[in-house]
Design a binder for this molecule. Structure first.
Ligand code: ADP
Ligand code: MG
Length: 255
């Protein structure tokens, strides 16, 4: 049964999508069967893997609200060799639509992913920058949460809120939810700030923090505009090396 990992942090711009896309690609190139669920109406992961270039018909909105088989919302890519349930802007209305359900509004994604999770080794959910019902659905469906933390001044601010949301979902809907790992992103080795944030995060999250950190790298920010992951865009870049190393850590943690 595939492991479901929600990539989440309610702060925007911390590297959730960059991590979802490039970790997914790295795992896929390591021969793991990978599904990305783009759960952010901004659809950056969908763009980032180049799915828009080959056309999107069904989406994560349909996964939530339509009667079609879950597998029919999945789009298969050959480069990178993974699958994605793309997002469209329709998803922006999903929170409100789900809130009108009388029962089971937190379980919609979980029930739908149950139909297809056997087809994959890992399912990565790229969460939106909020703590609404989309995130609650992702946490209820997931086995674990991977938290990207940007190496900047307010890095830890907001994590308290994220952790208490995770605890609430644990208590109410998903006892087995755990923290998959905390990932330091946009690390700049030349600044004291990055080093300080790293120390603080490692002190707080201890061995839950990945050994790998993701360096700040222009290549990582350029790749999505081509609809490429870092491995097609520049496989020798520091970003590619870092995400490949993260993928190995994730695999090792799940052996
Ligand atoms: N390691 C990195 N180095 C440089 N730029 C990065 C890095 N990670 C992400 N970015 C850029 O920062 C912005 C926010 O990243 P993104 O992954 O979209 O964050 P989120 O999904 O949390 O909003 C994007 O423009 C992205 O290309
Ligand atoms: Mg994003």
């Amino acid at each position: 049964m595939g492991k479901i990992i929600a990539v989440a942090n309610q702060k925007g711009g911390v590297g959730k999508t960059t991590t979802t896309v490039n970790l997914a690609a790295a795992l896929a190139y390591l021969k793991k069967r990978i599904l990305i669920v783009d759960f952010d109406p901004q659809a950056n992961a969908t763009q980032g893997v180049g799915a828009y270039n080959i056309g999107v018909n069904k989406s994560s909105y349909d996964l939530l609200f339509s009667d079609i088989p879950a597998k029919d919302t999945v789009k298969q890519l050959s480069i990178p060799p993974l699958s994605i349930v793309p997002a469209t802007i329709e998803l922006a209305g999903a929170d409100l639509e789900m809130s009108e359900y009388k029962v089971g509004k937190e379980l919609i994604l979980k029930n739908r992913l149950n139909e297809i999770r056997d087809d994959y080794d890992f399912i990565l959910i790229d969460c939106p920058p909020s703590l609404g019902l989309l995130n609650t659905n992702a946490f209820t469906a997931a086995d674990s949460v991977l938290i990207p933390v940007q190496c900047e001044y307010y890095a830890l601010e907001g994590l308290t809120q994220l952790l208490s949301t995770i605890r609430l979902v644990q208590r109410l809907f998903n006892r087995k939810l755990v923290i998959e790992g905390v990932l330091l992103t946009m690390f700049n080795a030349t600044t004291n700030l990055s080093l300080e944030v790293q120390q603080e995060v490692r002190r707080y999250f201890k061995e839950s923090t990945y050994t790998t950190h993701i360096p700040r790298s222009v290549k990582l920010s350029e790749a999505p505009s081509r609809g490429q992951t870092i491995f097609e865009y520049d496989i020798k870049s520091a970003g590619a090396i870092a995400y490949a190393s993260l993928a190995k850590e994730v695999i090792k943690d799940n052996e």
